[in-house]
Design a binder for this molecule. Sequence first.
Ligand SMILES: [Cu+2]
Length: 140
Amino acid sequence: MKRGVLALVLLTAGCASWGPEGGPGGIGRSDAPVTAATTASPAVVATAGPDGVQRITVNLTDDLKFVPDRVTARPGVVEFRLQNVGVTPHDMTVASATAGNINGGKTAVLRVTVSKPGEYPFPCLYHAESGMRGVLEITQ
Ligand SMILES: [Cu+2]
C-alpha cells in the first residue's frame, strides 16, 4: 500500500520535470540550420586554359545583375568575357581596370592580372547603386 503511493509520486514528478517546453524536443530547436543571409548566387570558378589565363563568362542583364556575380580564381591573369544579354548598357570595373560601355547585345573582354589573394568587387558603374555588383575572389 505505501509502496504504491510512492511510485505514483515519482511518476508524477518525472513527468513534471520535462514540462511543455523541456525535454529533448526543446533543445533540438536551437540546432536548426541557420538561414544564409545572402541571396548571392554560388561562386563560379574561372577555368585556366592551356595558356594559363583563367577565363570566365559573365552575363550582364536587364535585371541589373551580373550572372554569375561571384567568381573565384587563383592569383594570375583573369579574363572576363562580358556579354550584355539585354538592351540596357552596362560597364564593369575590376581591380582598377574597366571594360567601358557595353551596349545591349555586345560582348567585351576585360583582362586583369591580380596577384594578391582577396576580394575584388566588380561593379557596373551605371548601376552599382541598384545593386549591380559582383565580387572576384582570388584564393591562394
Ligand atoms: Cu549595369
